[in-house]
Design a protein around this ligand. Structure first.
Ligand code: SF4
Length: 370
């Protein structure tokens, strides 16, 4: 039987750079889109020589919805010609409200995409403007309506917490407006201030003030409580889904399953090798090779814990044994004594998982394991 793996495709184009963004994305490079799709398809052909089936596809960015429908069609058709997809493969595409056209959504649907993720972020105009987002909340609502019209049922909304000037009542209002759109999935991410971004400069200069730690924790708790009340199950630190709608692609990454990455800056993980394609668009277009890193067995075991503990179900000891040939306790038993004693991690039905208290201090638990 063929093994099942994931496939990630990076589309690095954006209308303009958001204030907080340090992703490998570029504004004003639309003239490179056609050459880029050709380069991704060349890479797909190169990486397709393996005995595997694609269980999940994730097209991320950047702003994949900026690609003209004809180019997206070429990309999806080409990829399907290179790889063998499972008939029930989960195929997701990120879209940015304000760039979504009905023809684009129809193209995705026609070519097997069955899940959409919209970067909606916040319902308040002043917050969207501070983030440098190109869209309004109303455009996010309109995008969801168009997606439903195109036949999409599985829809995620990304929301952001801990923004400068954001209040608890802003988060409450955003949640209510998001819930009114009845998404199957919500991702609620805390802002990370990345070096080199406008956000970092504004915060460091004192021009923008972040909410204090307590307020940020209250925002997160409000998300957890509100979404639980509305039937969304938290399955990862930042991710909530209706039953049966957890993102399989992300869950597989956290379970350390193998995946191929295509496109500039894309990462892949096959066997004991992780690779990253050149983050610079021009380097990728001129064929600069990926950088490869061999993961030692010890690093692989730590990766399983670092990734798996993000999920509320935790790390399966049976899966750990299958992947590493040894049990969690054989490797980490000694280091786990203290976090277990402090009530930060616990065993439940063969899974080691963070407790509610442990989720708040996930990093310190991982330091213990190191
Ligand atoms: S749309 Fe996304 S990838 Fe593009 S600049 Fe904004 S945050 Fe970055």
């Amino acid at each position: 039987m063929k093994k099942e793996i994931g496939l990630y495709v990076h589309i690095p184009f954006c209308v303009r750079k958001c204030a907080y963004c340090d992703f490998a994305s570029f504004a004003g490079r639309e003239q490179d889109e056609a050459a880029y799709v050709d380069a991704v398809l060349r890479e797909a052909e190169k990486r397709s020589q393996m005995d595997a089936s694609i269980a999940t596809l994730y097209i991320g960015g950047g702003t994949p919805s900026l690609l003209p429908p004809a180019l997206m069609e070429k990309l999806l058709t080409g990829i399907r010609n290179c790889f063998d997809f499972l008939s029930d493969a989960e195929c997701s595409c990120e879209c940015n409200p304000g760039t979504v056209a009905q023809a684009f959504l129809d193209t995705l649907r026609r070519n097997g995409v069955n899940r959409l993720s919209f970067g909606a972020q916040a319902a308040q105009p002043h917050l969207l403007s501070l983030l440098g987002r190109i869209h309004t909340w109303e455009q996010a609502e309109e995008s969801v309506r168009m997606a439903r019209q195109a036949g999409f049922e599985n829809i995620n909304l990304d929301l952001m917490l801990g923004l400068p000037t954001q209040t608890l009542s802003d988060v409450g209002e955003t949640l209510q407006k998001a819930l009114a759109l009845e998404p199957t999935h919500l991702s609620c991410y805390g802002l990370i201030v990345e070096e080199g971004t406008k956000m970092c400069r504004m915060v460091e200069s004192g021009a923008w003030t972040l909410p204090d730690e307590d307020t940020e924790r209250d925002m997160y708790e409000l998300c957890r409580e509100t979404l639980a009340q509305h039937g969304y199950k938290q399955y990862e630190i930042s991710n909530f889904a209706r039953p049966g709608f957890a993102c399989r692609h992300n869950a597989d990454c956290w379970k350390r399953k193998e995946y191929i990455g295509l496109g500039s800056a894309a990462c892949g993980f096959l066997g004991s090798v992780r690779y990253q394609n050149p983050p610079d668009l021009s380097d990728y277009l001129t064929g600069k090779p990926a950088e490869e890193t061999v993961i030692s067995p010890e690093e692989a075991r730590f990766e399983s814990m670092m990734l798996g503990l993000r999920m509320t179900e935790g790390v399966s000891d049976a899966a750990f044994r299958k992947m590493h040939g040894t049990s969690i306790n054989d490797v980490f038993g000694k280091q786990l004594e203290k976090p277990i004693r402090l009530g930060l991690v616990e065993w439940q039905n063969g899974f080691l998982r963070l407790t509610r208290k442990g989720m708040d201090v996930q990093n310190s638990v991982l330091v213990e394991l190191l």
